[in-house]
Design a binder for this molecule. Structure first.
Ligand code: B12
Ligand code: SF4
Ligand code: SF4
Length: 383
């Protein structure tokens, strides 16, 4: 169920009061129509509704966990019963509303090769979903507005808004709610929007009418671009080995990453978008540009100069990152990532000033052991 993107976040139309009266009719179809209109007013690019029945893919989840494909994210092993039967998140859940916000329109980043060859400001990129304020807050604030209004109109209704961190299978729910289909890179691909979306869901005891599913066809066919392009070989069709994914290594992993994975981060300082950049569904088109990008993603913090990051402490890290979703990355972790990104620069220009920075780090016995270990390994690799 796709929503035209004329209404941006905060531009609540004057028709809202009338819409709430429609919701109060308790007719599931009218409630769904009201919810979808409200998600549009709140700024979401797409939304849909599904029932709250258990996951059809519990076998895949268990195999992923049993095979250790969650890597260092031990929290994925908690509440597996809820991931498989997400209605448990709110007793009495009847329906799930899933909403998507679009953070990018597919235009490529300009890569600063001049900087790498001659200059001093080589930089590391931030994955696009994190270029702006913390999306968990943005998405939850919007859906909680809808929740408050629906629950006021339907007394006795209860619910919960989830975004990312709660143990619910967001992509599977989004697929069921008709937002799109899951690709081989495991991301939800929505028609016209591609996979440049983040998802949030509202579990409610209200009965809403499900929206039609997107057709069951496979969005990939014979394409294997994401599998071929992933620098660490983390993707097999419809499964990502998170222990090898650059997103895990740069954001989730507090312990020392394996050098054979860390040495492949390229210029990704936080997260990685490669398996999305290459996807045919994600390329910019006239239609995708017209759909627009959510105004919350203002492009802030798209990249950081590596030499600056190497100097970060907790205070300067917080000042640089602001209220972005990346604040979960501590200063030593960010500096460690910058060291690995420096490998990419030094391979092309071994005399870049980053080399001296890394040498100073290895010489400083008081510095963080992980950062020193990474610097030593990188210097050995370019020797
Ligand atoms: C853990 C996690 C990660 C891990 C593991 C990723 C993974 N693929 O599982 C890591 C840290 C690597 C990661 C990376 C990223 N993530 Co993440 N992540 C999650 C999280 C918290 C849980 C995902 C999960 O349950 N994984 C377990 C595995 C088993 O589940 P799964 O891969 O989804 O598998 C299901 C399907 O693939 C399906 N399936 C299995 N076989 C088959 C076969 C066929 C034919 C089909 C159709 C389906 C199918 O069934 C499985 C069970 O439901 C979700 C939020 C949430 N609560 O859902 C966000 C989420 C998936 N991440 C998201 C994002 C944006 C990213 C990144 C793009 C961020 C970035 N740019 O750096 C990358 C993308 C990497 C990638 N290709 O997956 C978004 C995805 C939005 C979208 N449009 O799809 C989510 C939904 C967060 C959000 N609220 O928006 N992530
Ligand atoms: S995010 Fe990067 S490392 Fe992770 S699966 Fe996609 S291409 Fe591979
Ligand atoms: S790159 Fe190709 S195989 Fe991968 S998700 Fe996109 S269409 Fe599917």
């Amino acid at each position: 169920m796709f929503l035209p993107h004329h209404c941006r976040a905060g531009s609540v139309s004057e028709g809202s009061q009338e819409s709430i009266e429609v919701a109060a009719s308790t007719d599931p179809a009218a409630c769904t129509a009201w919810c979808l209109a409200r998600t549009r007013e709140l700024g979401f690019a797409a939304a849909g509704v599904c029932d709250a029945s258990p996951s059809k893919r519990s076998g895949e989840l268990r195999a992923w966990l049993n095979g250790g494909r969650h890597g260092p994210m031990n929290w994925m092993q908690a509440h597996v019963d809820v991931r498989i039967d997400p209605a448990r998140i709110v007793p009495g859940t009847q329906s799930v509303l899933v909403a998507a916000a679009r953070y990018h329109d597919g235009r490529p980043d300009a890569r600063c090769t001049d900087e790498i060859v001659g200059g001093t400001a080589a930089s590391g990129r931030v994955a696009r979903y994190a270029r702006g304020p913390d999306y968990h807050r943005v998405m939850k604030r919007r859906l909680r507005t809808l929740q408050r209004e629906l629950e006021a109109a339907l007394p006795g209704t209860q619910g919960k808004v989830c975004c990312d961190i709660e143990p619910v299978p967001e992509r599977e729910l989004a697929e069921r709610a008709g937002l799109g289909r899951i690709g081989k890179n495991t991301l939800l691909i929505a028609d016209g929007l591609g996979s440049w979306t983040v998802l949030a869901s509202y579990f409610t005891t209200a009965r809403l009418q499900p929206t039609p599913r997107a057709d069951d066809g496979d969005p990939c066919g014979t394409c294997t671009r994401c599998i071929d392009a992933c620098p660490t070989g983390a993707i097999s069709p419809w499964s990502v080995d998170a222990s090898r994914c650059i997103t895990t290594v740069t954001i989730e992993q507090r312990s020392l990453p394996e050098p054979h994975v860390a040495s492949k981060v390229g210029d990704w300082l936080f997260g990685c978008d490669i398996c999305q950049e290459v996807c045919p569904h994600n390329q910019p088109t006239r239609h995708s540009r017209r759909m627009g990008v959510d105004q919350a993603w203002d492009g802030r913090s798209a990249a950081f100069a590596l030499r600056d990051v190497l100097q970060w402490n907790q205070i300067s890290r917080r000042a640089a990152m602001g209220a972005s979703a990346l604040t979960r990355v501590h200063a030593p972790q960010a500096r460690r990532n910058a060291v690995w990104c420096a490998l990419d620069v030094l391979r092309q220009n071994p005399q870049h000033p980053l080399r001296q920075d890394l040498e100073s780090i290895t010489a400083d016995e008081g510095d963080d052991p992980q950062v020193r270990h990474a610097a030593k390994t990188v210097l050995e690799m370019i020797r």
